[in-house]
Design a protein around this ligand. Structure first.
Ligand SMILES: Nc1nc2c(ncn2[C@@H]2O[C@H](COP(=O)(O)OP(=O)(O)O)[C@@H](O)[C@H]2O)c(=O)[nH]1
Ligand SMILES: [Mg+2]
Length: 667
């Protein structure tokens, strides 16, 4: 151990501050790993004696550590797919990702979306196979299951030492040294147990072969049977991991602090420097200080915090940027925030009170605009109102901030229904956001299923005569119109036709008739907008004193209401084209879910770039989509997702039309 440490220290390299993101499916032990890493680096997150009450991580947590003299920012990301944007944002500012996985082949498929992100970005990563204490299948099987999900070759860095049911230590495949785990202490160097020796030899050979793929000199040695030195192996590993050519797989048990020092050292060796990451992102090394904001949060009395990475140069507290004056620079070395005077290249910090700055913003630089991931399309929506109307103004201000904190939330004020609709990645995502809102602003909120955008049309042409004649004291009101309303082709919209000849209705009143006719289509017999109708003014009469715009409007409205009711009105429901993506072992389930929601399956095909995944396309009524994501996830081990686009309006079946119209009216 001591020798190892001396070697690590003796390397003589000064590293710049680096950033790693801990990512992985829900519950694999990322937060536990963060705690273990911080403890190993001497900055424990919990005070001794404090009880461990772990909660679902719903936003990325930033922590700072110093390990063997190097400065690190660790981003503990949420695992639930509903918070995927937090992960994307964290990866955008990280040098390397640690993918925390479980040794359970059946759950490997959950890693596919994360591996895709890493592969697409060319981001280096290591896999930390956590819960190695609970390993009850062969490691080879685990590795094969993981490898099936990623294009990047996975290279085992350690083999477990097993004693009976338990994993009690590991052999490091680069140094070929064996260690025994010790609770709460660094692992102890031991002899390679004879029972592990054969495994170790084979895995060591596999490691060398993988490395030789990228190194001719190493290949020659391997072919000649000359053993490369550990130093040569480390060097090759570092190059290949940093280049994204391979990903090392490390073993451990975060809960027991096993394998944590080994992970730290792998990071120390293999994580690229910030300037290497900057180069990968195409950032010019020369120029004024450059930062990127990847997260925004409103932290009570501390006000707005903009979490950012420094890509170039350094920045002092109080400095004025185009976007405003920096009001505090924070680091998070433990449970508390620490104010610092200056942040430099590589640092990940929180900047105070940059009111004009949004998540994803590039700060400083010379007009550069760094790319930032687009939030995913929403899959779940809720209409929100305040329990007390007095809170409405407060709500709109609070929502503004909420959207700033989380760009994967979308807000829409529906003109047609008057609803405020919040959309996002699922029930958990929306409720976490609304809880935060309620707590931070003391708002009582009510959420309901948003209304569907039904429309109406007519199936029959109708002639309608309408007359207004009122005698009230002085001069009265008089207008008389003969209208024809008729259906038009789907998508043709509204049309007004004037067929008046010989001044039966004087010119000046015709615009009033046209206006009232169109207005009358805003709400048809079912209470929804009427589309694809024409209204023709055929004839009419007037009175030289009592006629007016008002009178003609009223007469037209009366006529329209009667005519629409007689013209075989039908309810039209919006039909969306839905594309569901899921592993192909669930394609049958997906089709069943869609059919159960009145969906018409159009077909399915392999999802491009996603081996083992299918895309199923279907036409599904919008009225059936509200909780589709919930059923889809429950039928696909949480992996199914969908996108939708409006396709067409379709006549609703009578019984359904009546039920839906009743439901909508009850809102
Ligand atoms: N057996 C075992 N359990 C672990 C280990 N690491 C974490 N856990 C448990 O797994 C659960 C989820 O851990 P957490 O860190 O919150 O997972 P996250 O969702 O990835 O952040 C917790 O109950 C942990 O105590 C481990 O190494 N071994
Ligand atoms: Mg967590």
């Amino acid at each position: 151990m001591a020798e190892d440490q001396a070697k690590e220290n003796g390397a003589g390299v000064r590293h710049k501050p680096r950033a790693v993101a801990l990512i992985g499916p829900f519950g694999t032990g990322k937060t536990t790993l963060l705690e273990a890493m911080m403890a190993a680096a001497g900055s424990p997150l919990r005070r001794p004696g404090e009880t461990r009450s772990r909660q679902t991580t719903t936003e990325t947590r930033l922590a700072h550590a110093t390990y063997l003299g190097d400065s690190w920012s660790i981003l503990d990301c949420p695992g639930s797919v509903e918070f995927a944007f937090e992960v994307q944002a964290a990866l955008a500012v990280s040098d390397l990702a640690v993918v925390v996985a479980e040794p359970a082949p059946s759950r490997a498929a959950a890693l596919a979306p994360l591996f895709r992100l890493l592969e697409d970005e060319g981001l280096p990563f290591l896999v930390f196979l956590n819960r190695i204490d609970a390993l009850n299948v062969s490691l080879a099987e685990c590795l094969a299951a993981l490898q099936a999900e990623t294009r990047r070759p996975l290279v085992l860095r350690q083999v477990p030492i097993r004693e009976g049911e338990n994993v009690t230590g590991y052999v490091d495949l680069a140094s070929e040294r064996a260690y025994r785990y010790r609770p709460g202490a660094p692992s102890e160097l031991i002899q390679i147990p004879s029972a592990t020796a054969a495994d170790e030899r084979a895995a060591h050979e596999t490691l060398l072969e993988a490395l030789a793929d990228h190194d001719d000199a190493l290949l020659e040695k391997v072919l000649e049977g000359v053993a490369p030195t550990p130093a040569e192996i480390y060097q090759r590993l570092q190059k290949d991991v940093a280049a994204g050519a391979i990903a090392g797989v490390l073993l451990g048990a975060a809960e027991r602090n096993h394998g944590i020092q080994r992970l730290w050292k792998a990071l120390r060796h293999d994580a690229p420097e910030p300037d290497e990451t900057a180069a990968r992102l195409g950032i010019d090394p020369a120029g004024p200080p450059l930062l990127q904001v990847f997260k925004t949060s409103y932290a009570g009395h501390a006000g707005k915090l903009s979490f950012a990475r420094v890509w170039r140069g350094s920045i002092r507290d109080g400095a004025t940027l185009e976007a405003g004056r920096i009001g505090g620079i924070l680091r998070f070395p433990g449970n508390d925030a620490l104010k610092i005077a200056e942040a430099s290249e590589g640092d990940v910090i929180a900047l105070g009170r940059l009111d004009q700055v949004a998540t994803g913003a590039t700060l400083g630089g010379s007009g550069e605009k760094l790319p930032f991931p687009e939030p995913p399309e929403p899959v779940y929506s809720l209409a929100i109102t305040t329990a007390d109307r007095k809170d409405d103004v407060k709500l709109s201000g609070a929502l503004q901030k909420l959207l700033e904190e989380d760009p994967s939330l979308h807000l829409l004020h529906e003109a047609a229904t008057g609803e405020t609709v919040l959309s996002g990645q699922g029930e958990v995502h929306l409720h976490a956001a609304l809880d935060r809102l309620s707590r931070a602003y003391g708002l009582k909120l009510v959420t309901i299923k948003p209304q569907i955008h039904f429309k109406e049309t007519i199936r029959k042409a109708v002639h309608q005569h309408a007359r207004l004649k009122r005698q009230t004291g002085g001069h009265g009101q008089f207008a008389d119109v003969k209208l024809e309303i008729a259906p038009r082709q789907p998508g043709e919209g509204f049309l007004f036709v004037d067929r008046i000849v010989g001044g039966a209705v004087p010119r000046q009143y015709i615009p009033a008739v046209a206006e009232a006719a169109e207005e009358s289509t805003k709400k048809g017999p079912f209470g929804y907008p009427v589309v694809d109708v024409s209204v023709t003014l055929l004839d009419g009469t007037f009175h030289s004193v009592d006629s007016s715009d008002m009178a003609f409007k009223t007469a037209t409205r009366i006529g329209m209401t009667e005519a629409l009711a007689k013209a075989d009105p039908v309810l039209l429901e919006p039909i969306d084209k839905v594309t569901v993506s899921a592993p192909n072992s669930y394609t049958a389930n997906v089709q069943r879910v869609l059919s159960g929601r009145r969906g018409r399956i159009l077909g399915y095909h392999e999802r491009a770039g996603w081996p083992g995944w299918d895309e199923t396309e279907a036409l599904v009524p919008e009225a059936e989509l509200h909780d589709l994501i919930i059923e889809l996830r429950s039928q696909t081990m949480g992996l199914g997702t969908f996108t939708k686009t409006f396709d067409h309006l379709s006549e609703a079946h009578t019984r359904l039309a009546e039920r839906l119209a009743r439901e909508a009216a009850a809102h």
